[in-house]
Write a protein that binds this ligand. Structure first.
Ligand code: UT7
Length: 352
C-alpha cells in the first residue's frame, strides 16, 4: 500500500563559480591529489558573504514549483532542511516562505543534517497520508561557507596574490579534513499526492542514535553564557568537530544494512531497484556501500566531483539533475539513502 506520493517538480541552485582543490591549497596544507583520492571531490561552490541558505533555496524552490506547474499559494507545507540556517532562530523556513509568498502556510526547519531528505520523505508521506497536506515543498539548502576555517577568501579565490598569516594557515590546516568535503547549494522537490496507481513510498527505514552526537557537531551553542563570546572564536568552537574516520565507518556499515532492510520490508530485491540515490559525502563511502550491496556502478549516480558534500541539499540536487537529463523516469524504483550528524540515517524505497 502506498500513499501515492510523487515527485512532481524539482529545481536546484548553486552559488558563485566552482572553487577547485588548488584554490583550497592556497589557504591550508592540502593538495588536489589528496582530496581527489580520499573523497572524489574536484570542486565545490561557496555561498557569498551576506547570503544565507534561504537565498540559495529561493531560486531552487521557484524552479521546482515551475517544473511542477504550481504556484506558491498551492503549497500546503514547507519543509526546509538545513544545518546552516540563516538565523539560529527562527531558522530559514519562514524566511523562504515569506520570499516565495506563501503566507500562513506551515513552514519549518528540519534539523537532520545530511540525512534530512530521508526524514522529509517520511514526514511528507505522513502529512499526505493523513490528509493534512496535498502538496509539500521540501528544500535542502546549505551555506557551509560560514564555518570554513579560513578568513582569506580573496586569497583562496585568487583575487589577492598573498599568503595567509602562519596562524591562519595553521588553523585551516588543523580543520582540513572537514573543510575539503563541504560545498554550498540548494535543491528543492515538490511532493504531491498522485492518483497514478502503484507510485509512492513502498517502505521506509529511519533511525537516530544519539550516542554519537559528538562524532560530528558544532560545539558552540546555548550551553554557554553568552552563547557566543571571544572564547567561541579563540577555541574554534564555531567550527564543526568531526571524527571523520568514525563517521565513514558508520556510513559504510549502517547504510547497506538499512538498504537491505527497506527492500525486505517492501518485498523487492536489490536487482529490482533502478537507482540507489545516495547522499554525497565522500565518493569512497558510496563505492564501499555499493560494493557491500553488490550493486552495479551505473545504478549509483554521483555528482560529488563537481559539488562536494552539500549536506541536506545533495539528494534533491541530484534528483533534479537526473529528472532534467532524463535518467529518472516515471515507473522506476528508487532507493534513497543517507547518513549524517546526529547520527541520523536511513533509506526510502519509492516507485516514482
Ligand atoms: O556528510 C557528513 C558526514 N561526514 C562524512 O560522511 C565524512 C566521512 N569521513 C570522510 O569522508 C573522511 O574521513 C575524510 C575525507 C573526512 C578524511 O579522510 P580520511 O581518509 O579518513 O583521513 P584522516 O582524517 O584519517 O587523515 C589521514 C591523514 C592524516 O595525516 P597523518 O596523521 O596520517 O599524517 C591527516 O592529517 O591525512 C591527513 N589529512 C589531509 N592531508 C591533506 C586530512 N585531511 C587532509 C587534507 N589534505 N585535506
Amino acid at each position: 500500500m502506498t500513499t501515492g506520493l510523487r515527485i512532481t517538480g524539482s529545481g536546484h541552485y548553486l552559488p558563485g563559480p566552482p572553487i577547485d582543490n588548488h584554490a583550497l591549497a592556497r589557504v591550508m596544507d592540502t593538495s588536489d591529489e589528496w582530496i581527489r583520492q580520499r573523497t572524489g571531490i574536484e570542486s565545490r561552490h561557496f555561498c557569498p558573504e551576506g547570503q544565507g541558505a534561504s537565498d540559495l533555496a529561493l531560486p531552487a524552490a521557484q524552479r521546482a514549483l515551475e517544473s511542477a506547474g504550481i504556484a506558491p499559494e498551492d503549497l500546503d507545507y514547507v519543509l526546509f532542511n538545513t544545518m546552516t540556517p540563516d538565523y539560529l532562530f527562527p531558522g530559514s523556513a519562514p524566511v523562504l516562505a515569506d520570499r516565495l509568498g506563501c503566507i500562513g502556510v506551515p513552514a519549518l526547519d528540519l534539523r537532520a543534517q545530511c540525512a534530512a531528505m530521508i526524514y522529509s520523505f517520511q514526514l511528507a508521506n505522513a502529512l499526505i497520508a493523513s490528509g493534512e497536506a496535498e502538496r509539500v515543498l521540501v528544500v535542502g539548502a546549505e551555506a557551509h561557507a560560514g564555518f570554513m576555517p579560513w578568513r582569506d577568501w580573496d586569497i583562496l579565490a585568487g583575487e589577492r596574490n598573498a599568503a595567509p598569516s602562519p596562524e591562519d594557515r595553521e588553523r585551516a590546516t588543523r580543520h582540513r579534513a572537514l573543510a575539503i568535503i563541504f560545498g554550498d547549494g540548494a535543491g528543492a522537490l515538490v511532493l504531491e499526492r498522485s492518483p497514478r496507481p502503484g507510485c509512492g513510498i513502498l517502505a521506509l527505514d529511519v533511525h537516530t542514535d544519539g550516542r554519537f552526537v559528538k562524532k560530528l557537531y558544532i560545539p558552540a551553542g546555548f550551553r554557554t553564557r553568552p552563547f557566543i563570546s571571544e572564547r567561541t572564536v579563540q577555541e574554534d568552537t564555531w567550527i564543526p568537530s568531526m571524527d571523520g574516520r568514525d563517521v565513514f565507518r558508520q556510513a559504510v556499515t549502517l547504510l547497506p544494512q538499512s538498504v537491505r532492510r527497506v527492500c525486505h520490508k517492501a518485498g523487492v530485491t536489490l536487482e529490482q531497484v533502478d537507482w540507489f540515490i545516495a547522499h554525497q559525502a565522500n565518493q569512497r563511502i558510496n563505492d564501499a556501500v555499493r560494493e557491500r550491496l553488490g550493486v552495479p556502478e551505473h545504478k549509483v549516480p554521483s555528482n560529488i566531483a563537481r559539488l562536494g558534500n552539500t549536506s541536506a541539499a545533495t539528494i534533491p540536487i541530484l534528483v533534479d539533475e537526473m529528472r532534467r537529463d532524463g535518467r529518472l523516469r516515471d515507473g522506476q524504483l528508487v532507493c534513497f539513502l543517507a547518513l549524517g550528524a546526529g547520527v541520523h540515517w536511513g533509506s526510502v524505497l519509492m516507485r516514482i
